[in-house]
Design a protein. Structure first.
Length: 231
């Protein structure tokens, strides 16, 4: 990559970081190109030249966040199968809480009627693909029953994690309750189709996080609803 291309990519990276900060502060729909240009120290035409428009720019900001999120698991390059699934769940929980304002703002947008650029579908698809790859490795190593449909199972795991994230964003779960519910739910979903040493590991996971999943749920009176557009 030549110097000009490197400078262009660095400028785009900086702009996307500013976009994520503004999404956290104002919500997905509340970000304006003028404010984004001012905060990024570039002109509005530059934003359009680099990204094509507001929707494309904000989609790119979320896209890079999710890609980084899915790569945040505590694992080495050889980690596959069940350890990869657990590390992925742990990493998502950690980074979600770490970027709480941004995640809550994003989940509020996804709870509304609009889905700019297929954002929800993209996020769910990326997560499902990661999980399916790990489930396929479990199946190859006979840690998962041969008859299990890994695509369906991956979608169920991704759905469970997404629903739990919405609950956390709405204030229904504490931070530790969120982690507990994600890992408990992951263990419960996999336990019935796991085989070999994976069964013992999943049982330990379920036993460990059963109490945090229950105790981390907040009373109804303390829940903060995820706001949708127009509310």
């Amino acid at each position: 990559m030549d110097l000009l291309s490197k400078q262009r990519e660095e400028r785009k990276r900086r702009i996307l970081e500013v976009a994520r900060r503004l999404i956290a502060e104002h919500g997905y729909q509340g970000v304006t190109m003028r404010e984004l240009a001012n905060e990024s120290l570039v002109s509005v035409p530059t934003l359009y030249n680099l990204f094509g428009g507001k929707n494309e720019l904000l989609f790119a900001a979320v896209e890079t966040y999710f890609i980084n999120l899915l790569g945040s698991g505590d694992r080495d390059d050889t980690q596959e199968g069940l350890p990869r699934i657990i590390a992925l769940a742990e990493g998502i929980c950690r980074e979600t809480v770490r970027h709480a304002a941004y995640t809550r703002s994003l989940m509020s947008f996804l709870a509304g009627p609009s889905d700019i650029g297929g954002l929800h579908e993209f996020a769910a698809g990326e997560l499902t693909n990661e999980l399916v790859a790990a489930l396929e490795e479990m199946q190859r190593s006979r840690q998962l029953v041969a008859w299990a449909n890994v695509q369906v199972l991956g979608e169920r795991l991704a759905g469970q994690l997404t629903i739990t994230t919405f609950e956390w964003a709405a204030g229904q779960l504490s931070d530790e309750g969120f982690r507990g519910a994600v890992l408990y739910g992951t263990g419960v979903l996999l336990l019935g189709v796991a085989r070999g040493s994976a069964t013992d590991e999943l049982e330990r996971l379920v036993r460990k996080f059963q109490k945090p999943a229950a105790s981390g749920r907040r009373p109804s009176s303390r829940r903060r609803p995820v706001k949708t557009k127009g509310t």
